[in-house]
Design a protein around this ligand. Structure first.
Ligand code: S3P
Length: 428
């Protein structure tokens, strides 16, 4: 990583495939009858956890260089796993499989790593119990999760929090429930499940925050081409904006509006950025070029935009530190329930460099000021991929060598992150 300091960055990059879409394509392919090709999937720690679980319940998966092939006889032929399942660090795997396993009517038990075993699962359990499922949690909240087969009936559910994982778990269960499942969202969360379920033949309608899904329909296999993950692209984009002389183009990234809140904030900040949309059906995609911007304006974000950029808030905090005006994030208490408490992690680590925060329960304000030049500092990554990548971008932008306690968690969403940055080094 130190070779990346005192460099400038220029060029074109393709970031790895979208994590949310890769998880969902594995699950829907396992449920569907036939042969699904997933092209350019994200090959990472988290998505391999989903793959192993789909194999454990009977999907036949072949891994080729640039694609995965899933063959399934359909949900009726899936079976209960013979051993306890392991979801590692993956919140999406953990939440979504509760809905999938309960929906198909399988008996299963799973837990994850230390972080997952402290993350709340009752938010998924609650609506599924209303559907008639039998799901038991440790201390009524955490993994290990035990799921027992029970017939399900459709519910009409008002989402108490904006969470695509909870929404998707309900929809996965709803695919096999008796009746029409309705989910109502007050703020839109990512809608990949809805788009992909329609593509796989589900009878699903989504309009004005209300999703209706008919149960008891058989899914049909359908090929998926996974676009680049905007949550991964956010790191080289921030690097380009903050590093003098830099200009980076990220090709073929998902521009799904339920994910692209970060681009709206970068526009508010006056970042030098150009977006080219590309033709195609399904998920919106495009190329993003970002370049060094010496003067960045402030922002004040809350409400409906928050779920559309929830995973980008650590890197937004870093961008905010370089703004000449205050930057405020509110309504983001969900950040405290991610891989780590991301509000605490961002404030604790960036404060070591004199960056001033006013921390709130649901966010923070970054106060403009200078960033201390520190010779060499120990920082913590909290085994959280997005905190670690943010710290690496900070290290490069500030030319400050950082000793990160453990950076292996990068592999959760972006294996090859350091190599990709290396490939953009002008003097490489
Ligand atoms: C995800 C949904 C979001 C996001 C996570 C991936 C998904 O979580 O933070 O990284 O793929 O559905 P919540 O549903 O908890 O908001």
């Amino acid at each position: 990583m130190r070779q990346l300091l005192n460099s400038t960055f220029e060029g074109t990059l393709r970031v790895p495939g979208d994590k949310s879409i890769t998880h969902r394509s594995l699950m829907l392919a396992a449920l569907a009858e036939g042969r699904t090709e997933i092209k350019q999937p994200l090959k990472s720690e988290d998505t391999y956890r989903t793959m192993e679980i789909m194999r454990a319940i009977g999907a036949d998966i072949t891994e080729l260089d640039d694609k995965w092939i899933i063959e399934s006889k359909g949900h009726e032929h899936l079976h209960s796993p013979s051993a306890a399942l392991y979801t590692g660090n993956s919140g999406t795997t953990s939440r979504l499989i509760i809905g999938l396993l309960a929906g198909v009517g399988l008996r299963a038990e799973f837990s994850g790593d230390d972080s997952i075993n402290k993350r709340p699962m009752d938010r998924v359990q609650k609506p599924l119990l209303e559907m008639g499922a039998d799901i038991r949690l440790k201390d009524e909240k955490y993994p290990p999760v035990h799921i027992f087969p029970k017939p399900l009936k459709a519910i009409d559910y008002n989402m108490p929090i904006a969470s695509a994982q909870v929404k998707s778990a309900i929809l996965l269960a709803g695919l096999f429930a008796e009746g029409t499942t309705v989910v109502r969202e007050s703020s839109p969360s990512r809608d990949h499940s809805e788009i992909m379920m329609q593509q796989f033949g589900a009878d699903l309608v989504s309009k004005d925050g209300v999703i209706s899904l008919e149960g008891k329909k058989t899914l049909k296999a359908s090929d998926v081409t996974v676009p680049g993950d905007i949550s991964s692209a956010a790191f080289p984009i921030a690097l380009a904006i903050l590093k003098p002389g830099a200009s980076i183009t990220i090709e073929n990234v998902s521009l799904n509006p339920t994910r692209s809140g970060i681009l709206e904030v970068l526009e508010m900040m006056g970042a030098d950025m150009h977006i080219e949309t590309l033709p195609g059906g399904g998920e919106a995609i495009g190329n993003i070029t970002a370049s060094y911007t010496p003067e960045l304006r402030g922002f004040n974000i809350s409400g409906e935009i928050i779920p559309r950029l929830i995973d980008e808030i650590p890197i937004l905090a870093l961008l905010a530190a370089y703004s000449s005006e205050p930057c405020t994030v509110s309504d983001a208490e969900e950040l405290r329930f991610k891989e780590t408490d991301r509000i605490r992690a961002v404030v604790d680590e960036l404060s070591k460099f004199g960056i001033r925060f006013e921390e709130k329960e649901d966010g923070f304000t970054v106060i403009p000021g200078s960033i201390d030049s520190v010779p060499e500092t120990d920082v913590k990554g909290y085994h959280d991929h997005r905190i670690i990548m943010m710290l690496i971008v900070f290290s490069i932008v500030s030319d400050t060598p950082l000793n990160i306690d453990d950076s292996s968690a990068i592999d959760i969403s972006y294996p090859g992150f350091i190599n990709d940055l290396e490939s953009l080094r002008k003097d490489a």
